[in-house]
Design a protein around this ligand. Structure first.
Ligand code: IVH
Length: 674
């Protein structure tokens, strides 16, 4: 294990030298095993420390270049949410139908496309000529890899510009065929890495040496205007000379979709390229556009992954981990075993019921399953291998961290107790909860501080440097400088990264607090409601809280679960204190309302179900047009849209009293079309 930045730098140099011997000169000086261990150690350090420049992670193949210029994508390159079970697929369709206000039986046409395990790229065509190609990068900015993409024979350099907009973008996956990978497999750990390494060569001549291929699977919103459906678009791209996947198929029901998943999973090994699942996309572009996107994934698509790899090992111990929201998660500490090329030494046991149901005990031999990057699962126990003296596992009744009572919550909707046991301490009194809250605070989607990863948080915690999130802004850098693995430069870098992170948007700030059930989407809804930190902080005062809660209860997307969680969070004084301290040190910027659109500076509220669309979609449309959604028919409200299905009379009355304009669903559509 690498312990310090200095050690990392030393080993990185070794790695780069060996990389060169290995890939460039084809004369390795150390064994493959040693090289792999070195690489793994470096990767782990980069991840643990959240290093901004992850040299090893980016250095697949020959020495990578840092010199590709960064170019903004014309439209964000999204990723996909994953489904691993049939239930996930059912849920996906349920959500879509709800959003579109469709009856749950209404048919939705879906295209199922193999999910190619390669590297995505965006190709820009100007009047039919390939002019620029970008890697995905961070989704918003990609690297200009035009020259490298130019070496790929299956990327047409000129296409017929008939019926295309002057600026047209094709998106797809670059991959290496398995047969070609076979020829160079000594140099790369898998075909995907081979493709990635090859694409990022500074010298396109090197890219040329590795025969890459390209499958087209999409375009941007402006590109979509040329067709009505994804299947039509794919056919058109085929006609224009792109490689499109012949196994893509349109389905109208889940049953056949799942049958196709099973069949393709069986066929997977026979294909000349790696696929790791199937992507389901709502076929109709208009429906896609109505459904829209969450922050990084579309609502209209999902990746149905193939099942995971399995292996056997022995449980040496069962450890109870305490999460940010107090959840007690039992984790099996396994005798390390390699499953699908990855060393596994932990497996999640989920909760007490799962342990009981599968009768899992310390000393048992278990079958484990790995799916993607998530912590593996225990599938079953090999009872015939159980030691004679084995005992049932007793789940703790007190939090192993702070000793508070452990509780299973009653769910009023399901009328059952939760399977998850939780520590009853809500705030920073429980050390494990506190440290997890801090880890969440600095995580990628929250403050994302360069050089301050989870491991550093643990180290600072051990050294008593931090107990609350705001302690991060009061660190003693003289002390940090003296720590093993830091030094003057790293301490200075950390200081400036922390200072830089002080300016934060209201929605990120709300998300960073780690309130249970308040993820990025809900944080945005709340930020849109409160608008600035002053109005948000009124919630700390118990006297105001009820009133505020009454205001947010009607916001779309905020239900009773969220409300209860917000109440619980702020009724704990250590939480309120921590948040107040943060407000003192941070510069929290106001929520950015859209500055254009026909509903600019207009406020809306909805009551009753609409016939043509769901409330979520209506809300989306209002926001996209610059309008704002209010939770109460107060004097600030301009319009109350009254749907036909069960509108609340009280709200209408109150709105009328406050002089609010009442709109029927039809009147609102007319306003939208005007
Ligand atoms: S659609 C908005 N279609 O999977 C949806 N992606 O996990 C964006 N991928 O970054 C992607 N085959 O690199 C789409 N037929 C396919 C795909 C595909 C492979 C990759 C793509 C994307 C990743 C998301």
């Amino acid at each position: 294990m690498i312990k310090s930045l200095n050690e990392y730098k030393k080993k990185l140099k070794e790695f780069n030298d060996h990389n060169k011997y290995y890939y460039d000169l084809n004369k390795p000086k150390i064994s493959d095993e040693k090289f792999d261990v070195l690489k793994k150690d470096l990767l782990k350090f980069e991840d643990d420390q959240n290093l901004k420049i992850k040299e090893v992670q980016n250095s697949i193949g020959f020495k990578p270049s840092k010199k590709f210029s960064k170019v903004q994508h014309s439209e964000k390159m999204l990723s996909l949410s994953n489904a691993t079970s049939n239930q996930d697929i059912d849920d996906f369709f349920k959500k879509i139908r709800n959003f579109l206000n469709f009856n749950q039986k209404k048919e939705i046409e879906v295209i199922a496309e193999p999910k190619i395990d390669g590297i995505s790229a965006a190709l820009r065509y100007k009047k039919g000529i390939f002019v620029q190609g970008l890697s995905r990068g961070d989704g918003s900015y990609g690297e200009d890899i035009t020259e490298n993409l130019n070496t790929i024979k299956t990327i047409p350099k000129k296409i017929s510009a008939d019926n295309l907009p002057d600026n047209f973008e094709v998106r797809g996956e670059v991959y290496i065929p398995k047969s070609e990978y076979e020829k160079i497999k000594e140099s790369f750990s898998n075909p995907r890495n081979a493709a990635a390494g090859s694409l990022r060569q500074k010298d396109a001549e090197n890219t040329k040496k590795i025969p890459l291929n390209f499958f087209c699977y999409g375009t941007t919103q402006s590109g979509q205007k040329i067709c009505k459906t994804q299947s039509e678009f794919i056919n058109l791209m085929k006609k224009k000379g792109f490689n499109t996947n012949p196994l893509s198929e349109v389905f109208k029901d889940i049953e056949n979709l799942l049958k196709n998943h099973k069949e393709l999973e069986k066929k997977r090994s026979e294909l000349n390229y790696d696929i790791d699942g199937i992507v389901y996309k709502v076929n109709n572009f208009e429906l896609q556009s109505r459904l829209g996107n969450l922050s990084s994934v579309p609502r209209w698509a999902i990746a149905h992954k193939f099942s995971a790899e399995k292996g056997f090992s022995i449980i040496n111990d069962i450890e109870i981990q305490v999460g940010r929201t107090g959840a007690l998660t039992p984790v099996a500490k396994l005798k390390p075993v390699t499953v699908g090329g990855v060393v596994v030494s932990n497996a999640s046991l989920h909760n007490e019921d799962e342990i009981k149901r599968k009768d899992i005990r310390i000393g048992d031999t278990v079958c484990i399953q790995r799916a993607g990057d998530v912590i593996p699962n225990v599938l079953f126990v090999e009872k015939n291998k159980r030691p004679k003296n084995s005992k049932e596992f007793n789940f703790p009744i007190k939090c192993p961290s702070c000793g508070s009572k452990v509780k299973k919550e009653y769910n009023h909707q399901t009328k059952k107790f939760d399977a998850v046991a939780r520590c009853t301490s809500e705030g920073y009194e429980c050390n494990k909860i506190a440290i997890e809250k801090i880890k969440h605070f600095i995580s990628k989607d929250a403050l994302n501080i360069d050089g301050l990863g989870k491991k550093v948080v643990e180290k600072f915690w051990e050294l008593n440097f931090i107990r609350f999130p705001h302690d991060i802004f009061k660190l003693n850098y003289k002390k940090i400088e003296e720590l093993d693995g830091f030094g003057c430069q790293s301490a200075n870098n950390l200081k400036s990264a922390i200072n830089k992170s002080k300016e934060i948007t209201l929605e990120k700030f709300i998300f960073s607090l780690g309130i249970r059930h308040i993820g990025q989407e809900n944080a945005k809804i709340l930020a849109n409601y409160f608008l600035d930190i002053n109005s948000f902080s009124k919630i700390f005062d118990k006297k105001n809280r009820e009133k505020i809660i009454n205001g947010i209860i009607d916001l779309d997307g905020v239900g009773e679960t969220q409300i209860k969680s917000i109440q619980n969070f702020f009724s704990n004084s250590s939480n309120t204190k921590a948040v107040s301290e943060l407000i003192k040190v941070l510069k929290i910027t106001d929520f950015k309302l859209k500055k254009d659109g026909k509903f600019l500076e207009k406020t809306f509220m909805l009551t009753g179900g609409l016939s043509r669309m769901s409330r979520s979609e209506a809300k989306n449309i209002i926001e996209q047009n610059g309008g704002k959604i209010l939770g109460t028919p107060s004097k600030k409200l301009n319009y109350l849209i009254v749907g036909d299905s069960k509108p609340t009379t009280k709200k209408i009355e109150k709105a009328k009293n406050n002089g609010v304009s009442i709109l029927s669903e039809k009147a609102w559509y007319d306003m939208l079309d005007s």
